[in-house]
Design a protein around this ligand. Structure first.
Ligand SMILES: *Cc1c(COP(=O)(O)O)cnc(C)c1O
Length: 234
């Protein structure tokens, strides 16, 4: 089978699995956005994903994002940045990105806020990355740290903090992943209760190829799926 057909079939199958998991959590399929992670692939695969109806793409490295965005100008693509962003890459990255999932430190968020103001850009959508697994290798805020940071975060008026992002532990399988996703949701609920001014926190970006159904059952509104989209393509 040709790669385009394989990708189209994979997208269809993943959308069905998303819809089924959403139904199990009492929600419609539209309540969950599929972010197609394209960090492993090139422009042909991106074209195939677009033909299959995908319009939100995730990249984790700024240089790769810059290159792809420059090669696909004018395409109706929403780029989601999902990797660690160094502050010296902020200026070139912000104008290309629809939502940054990986707001992982106050210093980065302050830099983003300052850049949006400097360049007179519209309020910039960000999620706060929370290290719910506690893995040393992962970036992000500690779950217990955010409440004390609210005043500083709420002062970043050029950012629109839309929610939280998290990743499951590398070890432990689906059961541990579910606990990690529950922790992220509880963290969000706690913060919402403390009613931070002007901050809605509607989005929960959680779940990847190996665990997106569990994430949806636990309340994900965005899933970041990469490798499953390209299964069977050489
Ligand atoms: C690569 C990546 C994904 C996608 O992972 P798959 O297992 O290939 O689906 C999701 N989120 C982040 C932050 C990533 O870096």
């Amino acid at each position: 089978m040709n790669p385009r057909q394989i990708i189209a079939d994979n997208v269809a199958r993943i959308r069905q699995r998303i819809a089924a998991a959403a139904a199990r959590s009492g929600r419609s399929a539209d309540a969950v956005k599929l972010i197609a992670v394209t960090k492993y692939v090139g422009l042909d695969e991106i074209a195939a994903l677009r033909e299959a109806g995908c319009s939100a793409f995730g990249e984790s490295q700024p240089q790769t994002l810059w290159k792809k965005a420059a090669t696909l100008p004018g395409e109706p693509i929403d780029w989601h940045f999902i990797g660690h962003l160094q502050r010296n890459k902020v200026r070139r990255t912000v104008p290309l990105v629809a939502c940054l999932h990986s707001g992982d430190s106050l210093r980065l968020l302050e830099e983003l806020n300052a850049e949006v103001q400097r360049a007179s850009l519209p309020r910039f959508p960000v999620l706060l990355e929370v290290n719910v697994s506690g893995d040393e290798s992962k970036h992000g805020f500690a779950p217990g740290e955010l409440e004390a940071l609210w005043p500083a975060l709420a002062a970043l008026v050029h950012l629109e903090i839309r929610g939280l992002m998290g990743m499951a532990a590398l070890e432990g399988g689906v059961d541990v992943a579910r606990q990690n996703f529950q922790s992220l949701r509880e963290c969000r609920d706690r913060l919402q209760k403390s009613d931070p001014k002007g901050i809605a926190l509607a989005e929960l970006s959680m779940g990847m190829s190996g665990d997106f159904e569990v994430a949806i059952e636990e309340g994900a509104t965005m899933v970041r799926v990469g490798s499953s989209l390209f299964e069977g393509v050489e």
